[in-house]
Write a protein that binds this ligand. Structure first.
Ligand code: ZN
Length: 155
């Protein structure tokens, strides 16, 4: 069901953000994703799909329950690089995600990348990190899909 989306590796989700996601868009606030910041993010960007696997979170109720808003440049990396919190916590550093991809991606830590000192460098880095994380997350999906295909619940 996701195949066409998964092979479309060229497009970045930020293309549909206001100003193509290369300006600060507002701080992510509050603690409620579906009724608060996640919903606001959907309205702001027009996106309803997980940026990694393509699951449409507005399609059916069960998908809706899996809505998460993922940091692209992780909070820990922002702290390490002393990136301003306003950049890290801005909508422009977020993508819509399903909870599975959010979990599959949460161990990522960037290597061999240099500290961004301008907002422009921050967005360049964000784009690189997004593509890297998407590759890792989709690899986790391939492994899990192969495991699922063995019907491990049957004996
Ligand atoms: Zn996903």
């Amino acid at each position: 069901m996701h195949d066409t989306y998964l092979h479309n590796n060229e497009s970045l989700p930020f293309e549909s953000y206001p100003s193509r996601g290369r300006v600060l868009l507002g701080q992510v606030r509050g603690s409620n994703c579906r009724h608060g910041y996640g919903l606001e993010f959907m309205r702001l960007t027009g996106q309803t799909r997980c940026a990694y696997c393509g699951l449409n979170l507005a399609d059916v109720y069960e998908n809706w329950l899996n809505m998460a808003l993922d940091h692209v440049i992780p909070y820990s990396a922002c702290q390490l690089w002393k990136v301003p919190a306003e950049w890290c916590e801005d909508y422009s550093n977020r993508v819509l995600s399903c909870m599975t991809c959010n979990t599959f991606g949460n161990r990522y830590s960037p290597r061999n990348l240099s500290r961004p000192s301008t907002l422009d460098e921050f967005y360049n880095l964000r784009d690189v990190i997004f593509s890297e994380r998407k590759g890792l997350i989709l690899e986790r999906h391939r492994q899990e899909r192969a495991f699922f295909a063995t019907k491990p619940w049957t004996v």
